[in-house]
Design a protein around this ligand. Structure first.
Ligand SMILES: [Zn+2]
Length: 327
């Protein structure tokens, strides 16, 4: 995949950096899942390593560009994660620190380390990397992708260029999905649920499990609308015990609740969540204050799930809190 949709401002910042000859050595690409953080980190990598960039953009056809896209460039390391939670260990950080002092062996004279999906990265890991990103060898680059900058220590953030990656417009998402060969019907359904988030739109079409999670999210919201504690608990229970699945349901539910808060003040506002219709119904039966309280409860549950707390327990506490709020 070569074409990048949306994020024009970010792309021109990257080109300007390249033109000035001062590409940042450490970069954090942050934004919600599916918005193309990884694609942009790869784009940045290609530009750094491209044999013949045009107009401060990677050519896309040289051996180096092709190898980066194929994941086979010898001087690009996709840093491995470890453990069930897929985190970066201190040992891995030490390995990177050691490896970074081995000179690259390609015509660009650069090497790039990519840390994908950094979540709650151990502060010890970050501190092990800190010295390296403070004073990197002149040929070494360190790219991080993450949902939120808050996943990093302020000392690390202050040493990095931080690039926010945004969803595209719905029209750009339609264009991309059509170009990829999805039918009009598939495209419209996916865009109605995930709007300009192309990665999530594609997942929605391809992944039945995600479609089930979207339906489950809607039934959670319906249970809140009906003030039905039993079905709220039952729906939460069917979210399962897989951390990533539960997190994604909580995130989608949170978006519906936030949409409801916005729509209760402005009926014409655009929705960010997976069901505008459900958010409208929710807006009719609760105040913006109640919606904010529920948002807080979902966020608390999300954080509990993230930090390895017993999932059913975290969800039960959330359900009880929600019922108390809407009672
Ligand atoms: Zn190239």
């Amino acid at each position: 995949m070569d074409k990048i949709y949306g994020n024009r401002q970010l792309l021109s910042t990257i080109s300007a950096m390249h033109a000035s000859g001062r590409a940042a050595h450490s970069v954090i690409f942050y934004g919600e899942n599916g918005t193309g953080r990884r694609i942009l980190a790869e784009y940045y990598t290609r530009l750094l390593l491209c044999e013949e960039p045009h107009d401060d953009k990677p050519c896309g056809v040289c051996r180096s560009c092709r190898n980066v896209l194929a994941g086979t460039h010898p001087d690009v390391m996709l840093v491995p994660t470890s453990g069930k939670l897929g985190n970066y260990s201190v040992e891995t950080a030490r390995m990177v620190r050691k490896d970074a002092f081995v000179r690259p062996n390609n015509s660009s004279g650069r090497k790039v380390y990519i840390f994908l999906n950094c979540r709650s990265m151990d502060p010890r890991t970050q501190n092990t990397l800190l010295k390296l990103i403070e004073e990197p060898p002149d040929y070494a680059y360190f790219l991080f992708t993450t949902e939120s900058r808050a996943n990093f220590l302020t000392t690390v953030i202050s040493r990095c260029a931080c690039f926010g990656v945004s969803p595209c417009t719905e029209d750009e998402a339609r264009e991309c999905l059509t170009e990829r060969g999805f039918s009009r019907q598939e495209t419209e359904r996916a865009v109605s649920v995930f709007h300009g988030n192309i990665g999530m739109c594609i997942n929605y079409i391809a992944d039945e499990k995600l479609r089930e999670r979207v339906d489950l999210t809607k039934s959670l919201a319906d249970s809140i609308i009906e003030k039905d504690e039993y079905s709220l608990n039952a729906a939460c229970f069917s979210a399962g015990r897989e951390r990533a699945d539960v997190r994604s349901v909580l995130q989608m539910l949170d978006l519906i609740v936030r949409d409801a808060a916005v729509l209760s003040k402005d009926e014409t506002a655009a929705a960010a969540g997976c069901s505008r219709e459900t958010a409208m119904q929710l807006a009719e039966c609760m105040t913006a204050g109640q919606a904010m309280r529920i948002h807080q409860l979902i966020e608390d549950a999300w954080r509990a799930v993230e930090s390895n707390i017993n999932i059913p327990l975290a969800l039960a506490a959330m359900c009880a809190g929600i019922m108390e709020t809407v009672a």
